[in-house]
Write a protein that binds this ligand. Structure first.
Ligand SMILES: Cc1cc2nc3c(=O)[nH]c(=O)nc-3n(C[C@H](O)[C@H](O)[C@H](O)COP(=O)(O)OP(=O)(O)OC[C@H]3O[C@@H](n4cnc5c(N)ncnc54)[C@H](O)[C@@H]3O)c2cc1C
Length: 499
């Protein structure tokens, strides 16, 4: 029996996949699509992560979709509210009816002769199912769902307390009245420390080196005022643009005047913690702002917990785990009932899908990314990969719009295959991301490369991407369009030739 055919197969039903479904049915409504989701629920990140206090660290006016206003009072929102927003979007627009759960895509093979992908998915019951499609849209995020990253800590097996990774938070974990150590200094650690400190006996945030931490009000007073006085969509667009522009301005300042931005951020921390706190040791990173993602804390909650003595920060290195805690290289010991390894994620390239093009395996690390969403030599495939210096969804919306435009263009011109091809030998290669963060450095080698010039360069800049993805011509001389002879016709043509 022939594999079920859809014009587009979308991989993943998180924020990106649900957005992709909406954009596709809005911008290319005559195209059929299915969303294959490996898990049994939608929401991705916002369903998977269940640790106490889970929240966004960028504002919901830019983390929300461009087509669905964020209507809640909090701009820095908690995980369940974000999950609810994604679910609501899927329900409101009927995207949920296109999702097949328990279908983990493991491989996809492109045939130029058929101008189609054969997509192979593993089902929850251990079976394998195949789908055929004209276009494959990878929206499965950027990290490994099976396993978070935990370094090899010496003596780990000696520890008699509870050891947890935030990616696998046990619902039953009771930390009230307990001594807790959170290892890490990233977004998850700065979220967890003040939240756990509400009921724990004490929380130590143990970091090897500091991160930039910036406080912002959880509620955006201007946005809430505007929503009361203007139609929701208009208010949303105004706040969204204000936040986009401010974000771009701040990022550019950090790149152009790192010393000044650094001094300003550190001063803001000093203002929060007072003159006696050792800001130099615990909140002054060795790198420049935006060499890694900045950590945002709502309403200065981390600083409040530190000032109240409910939490503290220790900057040191682990010598070994012990039976009842951790011994540090400085000789200090930390007693712990619970240790949380907020030590990060494992990156996963192209959603873990093994790609082949006409029988030739694709090595992602050897391909150049086109506009940060397609790949050199790989036909009819795009991936939705958001910003790392701004909200993820900003880029995803643009990518989805572009895919709709591309599909419409192909239909209008009668082309069934589109492949980015680099014919310029002067295009150099750079890593996909230039963040110095551990999780990026560990995994980025296996990612596609970006080029040194357009359209291979990854701008991480909403305004430029808006021009490149929404307004620039689809036919740019780099995308090669073709219309392979369908297999049936190819046979017929051969027979005709022989007669
Ligand atoms: C704790 C945490 C907080 C974050 N906070 C922010 C923030 O504040 N702002 C921001 O911009 N970004 C944030 N991010 C990044 C965040 O992941 C994105 O904002 C966004 O949720 C990504 O959506 P996504 O749909 O692309 O990927 P995910 O949310 O990762 O969803 C991917 C979905 O695809 C499925 N999938 C993956 N591979 C396959 C496959 N091969 N076959 C079938 N299904 C597959 C997964 O099961 C999952 O359901 C955060 C990330 C984490 C981990």
């Amino acid at each position: 029996m022939a594999d079920p055919f859809f014009d587009v197969v979308i991989v993943g039903a998180g924020l990106s996949g649900v957005g992709a479904g909406y954009h596709l049915q809005t911008e290319a409504p005559d195209r059929s699509y299915v969303i294959l989701e490996g898990r049994d629920v939608l929401g991705g990140t916002w369903d998977l992560f269940r640790y106490p206090g889970i929240r966004s660290d960028s504002d919901m006016y830019t983390l929300g979709y461009n087509f669905k206003p964020w209507r809640e009072a909090k701009a820095i929102a908690d995980g369940p509210s974000i999950l609810n927003y994604v679910r609501e979007t899927a329900r409101e627009h009927g995207v949920d009816r296109h999702i097949r759960y328990g279908h983990k895509v493991v491989a996809a093979a492109w045939s130029s002769q058929d101008a189609a992908w054969t997509v192979e998915a593993r089902t929850t019951d251990g079976g394998t199912v195949r789908f055929a499609c004209s276009f494959l849209f990878l929206c499965g995020g950027y990290y490994d769902y099976d396993q978070g990253y935990t370094p090899e800590f010496p003596g780990r097996e000696r520890f008699r307390g509870t050891l947890v990774h935030p990616q696998h938070w046990p619902e039953s974990l009771d930390y009230a009245g307990k001594q807790v150590v959170v290892i890490g200094s990233g977004a998850t650690a700065v979220t967890l420390a003040p939240e756990l400190a509400k009921t724990a006996a004490h929380v130590v945030m143990l970091q090897r080196s500091p991160t930039y931490v910036v406080s912002r009000p959880a509620e955006d007073a201007f946005a809430n005022w505007l929503r009361e006085h203007l139609p929701a969509k208009l208010a949303y667009q105004i706040v969204r643009w204000r936040n986009v522009l401010f974000g771009m301005y701040f990022f550019n300042m950090a790149r152009k005047k790192p010393a000044a931005v650094k001094a300003r951020i550190i001063q803001m921390v000093r203002d929060q913690l007072g003159p006696d706190y050792d800001v130099e040791t615990h909140f002054t990173p060795r790198y420049n702002p935006w060499d890694q993602r900045l950590c945002l804390v709502p309403d200065a909650d981390l600083f409040q917990a530190l000032k109240a003595g409910a939490a503290s920060v220790v900057t040191d290195q682990i010598e070994t785990f012990t039976e009842d805690g951790i011994r540090l290289k400085s000789g200090q010991t930390l007693t712990a009932d619970v240790i949380v390894t907020a030590t990060g994620l494992n990156l996963k390239v192209l959603n873990g899908v093994a790609l082949t093009v006409d029988g030739r395996p694709v090595d992602p690390a050897k391909t150049l990314s086109y506009k940060g969403m397609m790949y050199e030599g790989v036909p009819n495939l795009a991936s939705s990969f958001g910003y790392t210096n701004a909200s993820w969804t900003l880029k995803c919306d643009l990518t989805c719009e572009y895919v709709g435009r591309l599909l419409n263009h192909m239909k209008a011109t009668g082309n069934r295959q589109v492949t980015p091809v680099n014919a310029d030998p002067t295009v150099g290669q750079l890593p996909w991301l230039d963040f110095s963060s551990g999780y990026v450095q560990r995994g980025i080698g296996s990612f596609p490369k970006q080029g040194t010039k357009a359209p291979w360069k990854l701008h991480q800049n909403y305004a430029l991407d808006l021009m490149n993805l929404r307004y620039a011509k689809v036919e740019d001389g780099v995308l090669q369009f073709s219309n392979p002879v369908p297999r049936r016709n190819a046979k017929a043509a051969k027979v005709g030739a022989a007669v």
